[in-house]
Design a protein around this ligand. Structure first.
Ligand SMILES: Cc1ncc(COP(=O)(O)O)c(C=O)c1O
Length: 344
């Protein structure tokens, strides 16, 4: 059986065109700064986001960790939401490697409220309390269900944080999706943050790769830390070529993923309205809350798999469905039929 995999947008396989671009990439030793394809990708992403420089990393987690390290000294704190990938899914890396402490705020579906964040901020807290050095915002928000942070909320937060010297990091692993859904430009998003990470290996379909952008000075320093962490890479132009291909071909098509997700969400809401919040379905992710349903998340996942659809049980009562590049109209319809039959 041909399985339809909705666990993540990281499960895509490189397309023939992407593989060809990778095979033909010009390469060099990137630790010496001599890989032209990596260099051009870093410069391209930095320019896209309106920043001076970029550094290529194998993972989004590393790009986030290098970004946070650049903004927060050991013993200082970063503020983020309780479900932020940078804290919850990067396994305590900020504390482990950078001595960064954190405090978190609660959200509904990952969407932050500037007032809440500002009320937690304690910059320059003196000798008795931890000082807030930075705030991390995730856009779109993964565990929140692909939700989008409003540009007005971001700019309101930026205005206040800038005036007291608190920095802002954007975990933009899926910023592509936010851009396509809202029309807000990448540089407009980028202008409100000191460091921005973006992933090429999620909705854009590259097999690997993220880029952290910031000032020249911070990126030069991040390059040193990347090497120190053991992620100095050599002829990785073959990977950066996949990133260039992804930027050329796979941004605009994200509207397809959003269309599939919307249709799937609306069909699910018809048969089981209590498990889905349609308002929070904004991009390519659906989160189902199975608390009041007869099936729990692992049971639904097991049954869906028997019918050829793989879905993610994130916890006993939480299911996540993500559409992506390898899900076409027919796959989306098939998966929707399977899920609505099981849930109805
Ligand atoms: C919002 C967000 N940030 C960062 C990452 C980390 O990416 P990676 O798996 O490449 O470390 C992910 C991965 O799913 C993510 O969803």
């Amino acid at each position: 059986m041909n399985l339809i995999d909705l666990r993540s947008d990281t499960v895509t396989k490189p397309s023939p065109g992407m593989r060809e671009a990778m095979a033909n990439a010009e390469v060099g030793d990137d630790v010496y700064g001599e890989d032209p394809t990596v260099n051009s990708l870093e410069a391209r992403v930095a320019q896209l986001l309106g920043h001076e420089a970029g550094v290529f990393t194998p993972t989004g987690s590393l790009a986030n960790q290098l970004g946070m390290r650049a903004l927060v000294n050991p013993g200082q704190e970063i503020l983020a939401d309780v479900d932020a990938h940078v804290l919850r899914a990067e396994l305590g890396a900020a504390a482990t490697f950078s001595g960064i402490t954190s405090r978190t705020w609660y959200t509904k579906n990952g969407i932050f409220d500037p007032e809440t964040v500002l009320s937690m901020m304690r910059p320059n807290a003196g000798p008795h309390l931890v000082s807030t050095a930075a705030i991390a915002i995730e856009n779109t928000h993964n565990f929140g269900g692909g939700t989008i942070q409003s540009i007005d909320a971001i700019s309101a937060l930026r205005k206040e944080t800038q005036s007291v010297g608190v920095s802002m990091h954007l975990d933009g692993a899926r910023l592509w999706n936010a851009h396509v859904a809202t029309g807000v430009g990448f540089a407009e998003y980028g202008s409100h943050f000191d460091t921005v990470s973006v992933c090429l290996s999620k909705g854009l379909g590259a097999p690997i790769g993220s880029v952290l952008v910031s000032s020249k000075e911070r990126i030069a320093n991040a390059r040193v830390w990347r090497k120190r962490y053991g992620a100095g890479m050599r002829q990785v132009g073959i990977l950066a070529a996949a990133g260039h291909y992804a930027l050329d071909h796979n941004i605009d098509r994200l509207v397809e993923d959003h269309r599939h997700t919307r249709a799937m969400a609306e069909s699910i809401a018809k048969v089981a309205p209590e498990i889905i919040n349609l308002q929070s379905v904004m991009t390519n992710i659906i989160v189902l809350n199975m608390t009041t349903h007869d099936l729990d998340a692992p049971t639904l996942a097991a049954k869906a798999r028997e019918h050829g659809v793989i879905i993610g049980a994130l916890g006993p009562q939480t299911v996540r469905l993500i559409t992506h590049l390898d899900i076409d109209d027919a796959n989306a319809k098939f998966a929707t039929d399977v899920l609505t039959d099981l849930l109805g």
